[in-house]
Design a protein around this ligand. Structure first.
Ligand SMILES: Cc1cc2nc3c(=O)[nH]c(=O)nc-3n(C[C@H](O)[C@H](O)[C@H](O)COP(=O)(O)O)c2cc1C
Length: 330
């Protein structure tokens, strides 16, 4: 089963992906955070930089497009093809209020007939194969019943299902039964995404769904950057964690303001990384730091001196994050 790093806007940009790939072997593909096409159909310098294949190479990257306009999607797919990409992923999952309000991301799931028209246009004209990452509905898991036949009509290269509705954001358990239904009914290579936090979770998924093309892991890999390395038989190495942390900081500091940009980025990462530490107060101390110069030695010290928990403690995320394979319908 393939194991991909989930796309995470604001976190898994090019520097993050490259540094992670260099420090932690085992991830098959790094999925790029969504590209939102501008109305004038130009890639900004920032978008261009993020799309450059760099050290990982094109075959280990999957770019993603977020739009509700078929013309915008087709333009973006052509731009990606020109850059050498051979697949474009459509985002049908983003739950953010602004995105959904504009009818994009999981907002496209609101009206199955409109989604059908959108898919018809893009699958007829896309210059490269299209994959899809979706939620199971907007408000109610029962919506999945009307969405499945729509998805089944198109030659989706790979389908990734995050079995939650938009309303559920990333909270609570997942509707694993909805995922199993997709596995039963849809002919495409299928990827599972959601609440995979430990090697045992990944192993459990593989046992329950032996034919699965792969899994996509987000927060689990932020909390334990060695998670996939461990799934592949490796171990969590303190020196690799320190190298990852320091190299990432060094890269960001070459072009970002330490306090204005690097600090918030590292705080977002540490919100997850701290789940690996037995000291539950560590995150509170980090969160209070107002300066990078204060935050960095504290964070580095925690990596150097802490015992790590065997697995990240996601119960602390204050989201009732419950593992699907032990609590849901399997
Ligand atoms: C901060 C953040 C940014 C995200 N950005 C994207 C994105 O750009 N595209 C996408 O398809 N999903 C995005 N996601 C969703 C993740 O890819 C993934 O589906 C979600 O975290 C659930 O998987 P997990 O339980 O393994 O974390 C984002 C999630 C978070 C928390």
């Amino acid at each position: 089963m393939k194991l991909d790093f989930a796309p995470m806007e604001g976190i898994t940009g090019r520097d993050f992906r490259e540094v992670h790939g260099a420090c932690f072997p085992g991830v098959d593909r790094y999925r790029l955070p969504f590209l939102s096409p501008a109305a004038d159909h130009h890639l900004t310098p920032r978008q261009r930089r993020d799309l450059e294949p760099g050290a990982l190479g094109l075959s280990r990257l999957l770019p993603q497009v977020l739009t509700k306009d078929p013309a915008d999607f087709l333009w973006a797919a052509s731009a990606l093809a020109e850059l050498g990409y051979t697949q474009a992923d459509l985002n049908l999952g983003c739950p953010s209020g602004t995105v959904v309000g504009k009818g994009k991301g999981s907002g496209l799931l609101r009206d199955p007939a409109a989604l059908d028209r959108f898919l018809e246009t893009i699958f007829t004209a896309a210059p490269i194969p299209v994959s899809v990452k979706t939620r199971i509905g907007l408000e109610d898991p029962a919506e999945w019943e009307s969405l499945l036949p729509v998805l089944a009509r198109y030659p989706i290269r790979e389908l990734t299902v995050h079995p939650r509705t938009r309303r559920e954001l990333y909270k609570g358990g997942v509707h694993f039964d909805a995922f199993l239904e997709a596995a039963k009914l849809l002919p495409f290579p299928l990827y599972y995404n959601g609440n995979l936090f430990t090697p045992a979770d990944v192993q459990g998924l593989e046992t329950v769904c032996p034919g699965l093309a792969g899994a996509v892991i987000g927060r689990g890999l932020l909390a334990d950057p060695a998670l996939v390395t461990r799934c592949r038989g490796g171990s969590r190495d303190r020196e690799a964690l320190i190298a990852f942390h320091e190299e990432l900081a060094e890269r960001y500091l070459t072009y970002m303001h330490p306090d204005g940009a690097v600090l918030p980025k590292f705080k977002e990462l540490w919100m997850y990384l701290a789940l690996l530490l037995p000291d539950e107060k560590a995150w509170k101390r980090l969160r209070k730091c107002a300066k990078w110069a204060e935050f960095h030695p504290l964070a580095l010290g925690l990596l150097r001196d802490s015992e790590f928990l065997p697995e990240a403690d996601f119960s602390r995320l204050n989201q009732q994050s419950v593992n699907c394979l032990t609590t849901e319908s399997v």
